[in-house]
Write a protein that binds this ligand. Structure first.
Ligand code: R5P
Length: 294
């Protein structure tokens, strides 16, 4: 059973690249919005018996992209698709995996349940924001794999940025796993800072015992959203005498003036991957996703 690739409107270019990597056909999809805001989806071609891969990141308009995803998967299954794999490179709603206050929606639970209900047979995502969940089987009943973009990011840094034995910094404890991985690949050291969130846009960073003076630094995180975490981290490191500071992330969500904030803080450059199309998405993730499918 050969694969066919379908790109949702958030990830069309990534779907094209995955199709090329796999030498698989990319099906033509008509996606439009009715005047009242409802979505219309049509996937062209003979869908009977196909092994379909739907690529759809959930960035910036997650509700809209989720709805498209549900319509695409159910349309495929209803039309006879044998298997549907969902590639959701940036998985929104992952942060609300816990009821922090009574009555709150467990958004991750609801979203994962709906993804399964429409007929998804397996899921791949990338560096999912899993701070309290240590196993994808606690989220999905279907096979689900959380891939990492860090090797691609580290390769890019090694090949394209002339840094002097950079120190890799994770801005918080959760980022330690990514900092460690990147440091191992680049043959250098890593450390982690401690972050205290003051509000949804403000954080305070304190350092551990770490010598950053006159060193090039690479800050690695899963998401750059408002840029507050990275900007504060850069300010802290600059005060301690760091030289060039590169900020790298898997998912460049980049809301508000994130990039402006980070460059104003003194970043040398900011890079992210193609899990989300953005002005800094220079690290290609298509190869890693295609490899996971084979
Ligand atoms: C938080 O735990 C994440 O790993 C990121 O550090 C966070 O999402 C970044 O958000 P922002 O760019 O808004 O500070």
């Amino acid at each position: 059973m050969s694969k066919v690739i379908i790109g949702g409107s958030s990830s069309y270019v990534l779907a094209v690249k995955i199709a090329r990597e796999l030498n698989a056909p990319l099906l033509t999809t008509e996606i439009k919005k009715f005047p009242d805001g409802e979505k219309y989806i049509r996937i062209e071609g003979d869908l009977n018996g196909v092994d379909a891969v739907v690529v759809q990141s959930m960035y910036l308009n997650p509700d809209e992209y989720l709805m498209e995803y549900f319509l695409m998967v159910e349309a495929l299954k209803d039309s006879g698709a044998k298997k549907v794999t969902g590639i959701i490179p940036y998985f929104a709603y992952a942060r609300q995996d816990k009821r922090f206050n009574p009555g709150e929606a467990l958004s991750l639970k609801t979203v994962s349940k709906l993804i399964e209900t429409v007929g998804t047979d397996q899921i791949f995502t990338v560096d999912m924001h899993l701070h309290r969940v240590d196993d994808m089987r606690k989220i999905f009943k279907i096979p689900a794999k959380n891939l990492t973009a860090i090797p691609d990011i580290a390769s890019y840094i090694g090949a394209n940025l002339s840094l002097q034995k950079p120190l890799i910094i994770g801005p918080d404890e959760e980022a330690e796993q990514w900092a460690k991985l990147a440091a191992e690949q680049l043959g250098t050291e890593y450390d982690v800072l401690e972050k205290k969130r003051l509000s949804s846009t403000e954080v305070e960073i304190t350092t551990r015992e770490i010598e950053v003076k006159n060193r090039d630094i690479v800050i690695i995180d899963d998401i750059i959203s408002t840029g507050g975490t990275i900007a504060k981290t850069i300010e802290t490191l600059k005060k301690k005498g760091a030289k060039k500071i590169v900020a790298a992330c898997t998912h460049p969500v980049l809301v508000d003036n994130a990039l402006k904030k980070i460059y104003t803080a003194g970043a040398y450059t900011v890079i992210g991957t193609t899990t989300i199309p953005s002005p800094i998405s220079v690290v290609e993730i298509a190869g890693t996703l295609a490899k996971a499918l084979t």
